[in-house]
Design a protein around this ligand. Structure first.
Ligand code: EPS
Length: 433
């Protein structure tokens, strides 16, 4: 039940059936946000419906935000060698229609709409109205689920006879909305000197290890490559691998790395599971469509090494104010110890499986007849790893902006800025002991 203060208590209705459950799930959600705790990103929309929408709540008032900030990120997500015909149709810019006035955020939810230009070709199939003729061809019903896709499990779980009811929402088109929300998070972080970037380190069999040291601007170097890879020779081999997979009617996955530089020591916490930043970052990255693995820093390779070859030795360096006057001689921890940022670059790698829409489809079952059949042959990308890396940047930026707001708080940017300054000043003068 809600008290006058808007808090929830259960004593009065211990066995009140569905009402009780509703209250409990509300409380559960509020106290167990593993990924975002201060920000809330809601997305809505189907791949071939009229539009995709993002609503980002929790951004302080007074953040300078322009339509170009969002458009720039959406354009980056649409690029990358290996995309299919759909990207020639869409021209994502995003239209901010709430939460911003005269170039600054107002403190309320920020709403961004990304129209689907392809909708004009799908008006019957995606109509909100009940169809006049339920068996009409133009409704583009799907009963041939793709192995690896949400098609079949979604049909069974949601009791839908038409896989289109699942695949339209399961589509990675939804990531456009995440990138729009992430653009706002990036804008916030950027003002505090934090940059979130990405590059591709694997496509199929072609591997290009992360260069050491990284270029000054990972973004500029990666965006100059058709596959967003920092190694020119590997880039060409990746392009050739994509061409070969396209010829074979197949698809390819890969690995991208996301990096955040400029973070201070002290975001996240070791104290409880829900505030550990490592889990929140892994959760956010794993929530992207088609992701099958996340590692932070040395990741899985650290399991095969000895402690002395893994842990980053510590030394004093008074010039490193954001790191509290310390430095690590290496960064195998990927910028996180105990779920807390160390002040070293935050580095995570994410593995994407090959896309499950194939021009040479795999064996499946026709769910209408129950007979063996080939899966549906949908128009598709061959490889979307370069685009996924941009989505990874957005998700990392959202988690870091969220942890930033959790640590520093404030309804306005002025309040947030003075809290950040006070903390950094304290770090610079801190002596422990
Ligand atoms: C997707 C299938 C393809 C991709 C789409 C994601 O779309 P379509 O079925 O219309 O050809 O192009 O990605 C986007 C539309 C996008 O904006 O990234 C899927 O099934 O996930």
């Amino acid at each position: 039940m809600f008290s006058d203060e808007g808090t929830v208590s259960f004593e009065a209705r211990p066995s009140a059936g569905p009402f009780f459950c509703l209250q409990r799930s509300f409380l559960y959600q509020e106290s167990n946000h593993f990924v975002l705790r201060r920000l809330k990103l809601t997305t809505a929309g189907e791949s071939h419906g009229p539009a995709i929408v993002a609503i980002l709540d929790g951004v302080p008032a007074g953040l300078e935000l322009s339509p170009q900030d969002v458009a720039r990120e959406l354009i980056r997500r649409q690029g990358g060698y290996g995309r299919g015909g759909r990207m020639k149709i869409e021209k994502d810019l995003g239209e901010i229609f709430a939460g911003v006035r005269l170039g600054e955020t107002l403190g309320g939810p920020i709403a961004i709409r990304i129209p689907n230009r392809d909708f004009k070709n799908w008006q019957d199939a995606m109509s909100v109205e009940a169809p006049a003729a339920p068996d009409d061809e133009s409704l583009r019903r799907v009963t041939l689920p793709r192995p690896g896709h949400a098609d079949l499990v979604g049909m069974l779980k949601y009791r839908r006879a038409d896989a289109r009811d699942i695949l339209e929402r399961a589509s990675a088109r939804e990531t456009a909305a995440r990138v729009a929300g992430g653009a706002v998070a990036k804008r916030l972080l950027h003002g505090f000197g934090v940059r979130v970037e990405s590059h591709v380190v694997r496509i199929g069999q072609v591997h290009a290890p992360s260069p050491d040291p990284l270029p000054d601007s990972v973004q500029a170097s990666a965006d100059a490559s058709p596959v967003r890879c920092l190694d020119e020779a590997a880039s060409s081999r990746m392009v050739a691998e994509i061409d070969e997979a396209r010829r074979a009617g197949d698809s390819l996955g890969g690995v991208f790395e996301v990096i955040a530089r400029g973070l201070p020591v002290g975001l996240g916490s070791h104290v409880t599971a829900d505030v550990r930043l490592s889990g929140r970052i892994a959760g956010a990255l794993m929530s992207i469509h088609a992701m099958k693995g996340v590692e932070i820093g040395m990741g899985f390779a650290s399991a095969a090494a000895r402690g002395s070859g893994v842990h980053d030795e510590i030394e004093r360096d008074a010039s490193r104010r954001r790191a509290g006057g310390y430095r690590r001689r290496s960064n195998n921890a990927g910028g996180l110890e105990g779920g807390i940022t160390t002040g070293e670059p935050l580095v995570a790698r994410v593995a994407m499986k090959p896309l499950s829409s194939l021009r040479q489809p795999l064996d499946s079952v026709d769910t209408k007849s129950g007979e063996p059949a080939k899966a549906i042959r949908e128009r598709s990308d061959v490889c979307a790893v370069p685009a996924a890396a941009i989505v990874g940047e957005a998700m990392l930026a959202l988690v870091l902006a969220d942890a930033w707001l959790e640590k520093f708080g404030g309804d306005s940017m002025q309040e947030l800025e003075s809290n950040v300054e006070a903390y950094l000043a304290g770090l610079a003068t801190a002596t422990l002991g």
